[in-house]
Ligand binder design. Structure first.
Ligand code: GDP
Length: 527
């Protein structure tokens, strides 16, 4: 098959949700329906066994959350689907945000009882900023939940985009009758149970049949009224509007009961876009170009703390990857020839033989690859758009045993490169290194990993800072004036980008007014 054909059949997406909405359950059911796994339960089981393997994972286990995201690949119809998991917990959202830069679409899972929850809102903001198309799945209709019309208006107000239901629930909870498929004009009758596949469901094709009112009670007439109402008010589904992130198709179901999953899988294949061009500083890169290029969007420490190797997750941007090919790391100019590249086919780690745009490959390495690195066959390309977010929490860090200061610096550098934490070196001499995070848990993970992987007992101390802004200025004189007057509040991150640290938003406002020539940024893009 040609590169262009391979690219066209790729679908790369992330699932976003609030914890407990049913992301893990839906992921597993998608794999099941695509035939990538045989029995339900294996994703959860793997999640559990992974936990056992290292100390810092212990924290995840205790908190019952998933810190690390992973990648799954499956084939469905003629498509290759790459599904990137995002940690649902509020902590580690930085990592999650970066995962969203590696996908072409997102699947939003909502708990129908809770609607749009805080964690989902933050993730949605990133999708909105990037115009990522979003498919919505409203889960748990086997429970007493919110009314579908209410849910839709809630989604619309949070997303700022039109919702276009392509299915409609008949009843809910104990009276959940099934869903009307508004495209095919039939009804899929609900049955509970985890063993069924979509083919096993009863499908009703005559939606006008009078016995349906008897069979499903008032819920049936209500659903039909709602559909009428909504079809009069809502715009029809417009594929182009979806691709531009202006409309989201909405599905209803119950993931745990394998119900409504088929529709979601089909929508991914039918609607989600194949990989498109990616912007580099030098030029736009087309996915079907013959030469390979890719970006490291995530670095994950190996589960085995004794070996300090890490896996760099690379999203292929163009060309054809083959095992053993020579690749250039653009930042350093170094050549690597990865042989043990891993893919993530249906939860097993397989050795990858080849990959195309949209695919994710993992390259184990010992620090050669950093977050944001670009790999090519030789061309110098710098992709834009890998975001670093201004931390919201700060702690100063010191080492208990002064003889281990070097290990502390090495550890923090490596953890910083991984994106586990942000490290700031104060401008003022003698100041302790500062750690910046989005979630409190990041500090705990870093302290634990410094201990187990680098043998460093780190002391974390409160810091008076509460926010950071990277700054730039076109006028060198104005910049100089600003940095001279504010040296005590300036620190440099791992790539030596200067940031202004403030103790309150009031302080930041004052500085902004005093120095209008300085631009302050809450986000820094790599490259
Ligand atoms: P995640 O945190 O988003 O990955 O959520 P999980 O997939 O782990 O699900 C959270 C809880 O909701 C689990 O106890 C699931 O069994 C339950 N759950 C998932 N889907 C459904 C559903 O369709 N109906 C009901 N009643 N419970 C569900």
């Amino acid at each position: 098959m040609s590169i262009a054909t391979e690219v066209k059949r790729r679908r790369t997406f992330a699932i976003i949700s609030h914890p407990d909405a049913g992301k893990t359950t839906l992921t597993e059911k998608l794999l099941l329906f695509a035939g990538a796994i045989q029995i339900a339960g294996s994703v959860k089981a793997r999640k559990a066994s992974r936990h056992a393997s290292s100390d810092w994972m212990e924290i995840e286990k205790q908190r019952g959350i998933s810190v690390a995201s992973s990648v799954m690949q499956m084939e469905y119809r003629d498509c290759v689907i790459n599904l990137l998991d995002t940690p649902g917990h509020q902590d580690f959202s930085e990592d999650t945000y970066r995962v969203l830069t590696a996908v072409d679409a997102a699947l939003m899972v909502l708990d129908a009882a809770n609607g749009v929850e805080p964690q989902t809102i933050r993730l949605l903001q990133v999708c909105r900023a990037r115009n990522t198309p979003i498919i919505t799945f409203v889960n748990k209709f086997d429970r007493e939940v919110q009314e579908p019309l209410e849910l839709l208006s809630e989604i619309e107000s949070h997303l700022g985009m039109d919702t276009v239901p392509l299915a409609w629930p008949v009843g809910m909870g104990r009276h959940f009758g099934g869903v009307l498929d508004l495209r095919k004009q039939h009804m899929r009758v609900f049955q509970s149970g985890q063993e069924r596949r979509a083919g096993d469901d009863e499908i009703l094709t005559d939606l006008k049949a009078p016995e349906l009112n008897q069979r499903f009670g008032d819920a049936y007439a209500k659903a039909q009224d709602e559909v009428e109402l909504m079809e009069a008010a809502a715009p029809p589904f417009d594929h182009q509007a979806f691709l531009l992130g202006k409309q989201t198709p909405v599905f209803f179901g119950s993931a745990i009961n394998n119900f409504g999953v088929q529709e979601v899988l089909d929508a991914l294949v039918d609607f989600a876009p194949p990989p498109g061009p990616r912007t580099a500083l030098e030029r736009e890169v087309q996915p079907e170009e013959p030469k390979f290029s890719g970006v490291v969007f995530k670095i994950q420490a190996n589960m085995d703390p004794a070996h300090r190797d890490r896996v760099a997750f690379i999203r292929v941007a163009s060309g054809h990857f083959e095992r053993g090919m020579r690749l250039k790391v653009v930042r350093t100019g170094k050549e690597i020839r990865p042989n043990n590249v891993v893919s993530f086919l249906s939860q097993r780690r397989d050795i990858v033989e080849e990959a195309y745009a949209g695919d994710i490959i993992g390259i184990p390495n010992h620090g050669v690859l950093h977050l944001g690195d670009v790999l090519t066959e030789g061309e110098s390309l710098h992709f834009t758009g890998l975001p670093f977010f201004a931390p919201e929490l700060f702690q100063a860090v010191e080492v208990k045993d002064p003889l281990r200061i070097k290990q502390l610096r090495t550890g923090l550098t490596q953890l910083g490169e991984e994106g586990a934490i942000q490290v700031f070196r104060p401008e003022a001499a003698g100041g302790a290194l500062l750690l910046g995070a989005i979630g409190q848990l990041q500090f705990e993970v870093v302290a634990q990993r410094l201990k187990t992987e680098y043998g460093v007992d780190a002391r974390m101390m409160p810091s008076r800072y509460t926010l950071a802004r990277w700054f730039t200025c076109d006028d060198p004189k104005a910049l100089r004036k600003f940095t001279d007057a504010n040296a005590a509040n300036i620190a440099y991150d791992v790539v030596e980008a200067p940031a202004f640290l403030a103790t309150s938003s009031a302080q930041l406002r004052v500085v902004q007014e005093l120095y209008p020539a300085i631009r302050f940024h809450a986000m820094r893009e790599h490259g």
